[in-house]
Design a protein around this ligand. Sequence first.
Ligand code: URA
Length: 433
Amino acid sequence: MRMVDVIIKKRNGLELSEEEIRFFVEGFTSGEIPSYQASSLAMAILFKGMNKKEIGILTDAMLHSGETIDLSSIEGIKVDKHSTGGVGDKTSLVLGPLVAACGVKLAKMSGRGLGHTGGTLDKLESIPGCKIGLSREEFINQVNKYGLAIVGQTGNLVPADKKLYALRDVTGTVESIPLIASSIMSKKLASGSDTILLDVKFGSGAFMKDIDQARLLARTMVDIGDHLHRDTRAILTDMDQPLGLAIGNSLEVIEAINTLNGKGPSDLVELCLGAGAIMLMQAKKTSSIEEGRKLLQEKIDNKEALEKLCDLVRAQGGDESYIRDPSKFEKAKYIIAIKAENEGYVKQINALEIGDSAMRLGAGRATYDDVIDPSSGIVLSKKVGDKVNVGDVLCTVYTNKEDNASILKDIHDSFKLSSDIVKINPIIYEVIK
Ligand code: URA
């Protein structure tokens, strides 16, 4: 078989056979197929697409390009969730302890933040002592003992995706639904859980800017899960404004703790209850969404979920006294209130701009090598739909950067006001299964 013929076939809009797809993935991973041919095929896929069968085979081939994780020594159904990334998304820090408190096992591999989006690993590392690199054995033992672990990727999982994603990034081929779906799902499937819940975000702060694209991505990923016999469901959630109030690593950990103490912002609480109820059904703990929501709420009210977060932090070497007393987290040197200059109703808080500003304050990284300042970020005082009077605090900025005037202006300008009452959109738009 010649790679050039595979490229031409896809360029002409034809369906690739299983042999052709596996030939490409295996050859590219081993280095026999050069990058220029792989990027040419990626571009042909971007323009001509792939059908369900091709996407299923591509995902399976990528999934088996390296190690996979065997979680069979963990008893019970292992659940996983994945967010396509956003601003202020601390859901895993709330949802993990919540479902674990209900007796469900979560063995989760998370990622780091890049650009305007945050990452769970950076948030965990803002808790003094908390480490995210466990050995395979420690990871499995921890899930068996406490019901949850959240770590960085271990081992050589999906090397085909590592190579292909790096290539797509520099060849204008990131925005292809078959390539995104197979990239995300191959990694999720390789990490070994029995069920997957995908939180596909849409809006200004998300990878997918509009709901139709998000729906198509979600549908494609759920179909891949079905094809490979893994219970996969998806929710489409709003990322037009940041999730919750806090953006920035230790600030988000504090918000997660508040949420587990029953004092979370309403959108984050709703997302955690809605997503958690689906995960409990996937784990066969409950038989309806209502039953799941009730159980999850009980675990907040009786503080069992908060105890699970303490277990997670302690087991991963962190100082749990910060969870019990979040006032211990180090504060940024400069704490600045941004006030409204006009009155009205908040129409928009541009999540992309807020995420980008938080990154410039020190909360994120522009490139993989940047070092994060865990105490910096933004805490919103107003959300979309809220009434604002002149002089009201819109948000508070936390930073150690002295030269911050242009960032403060950009944060102020991310808030758009309207003189009319603004309708609030639900956080979970749709469930796909
Ligand atoms: N995230 C991934 O892991 N892969 C993509 O292709 C896009 C986003």
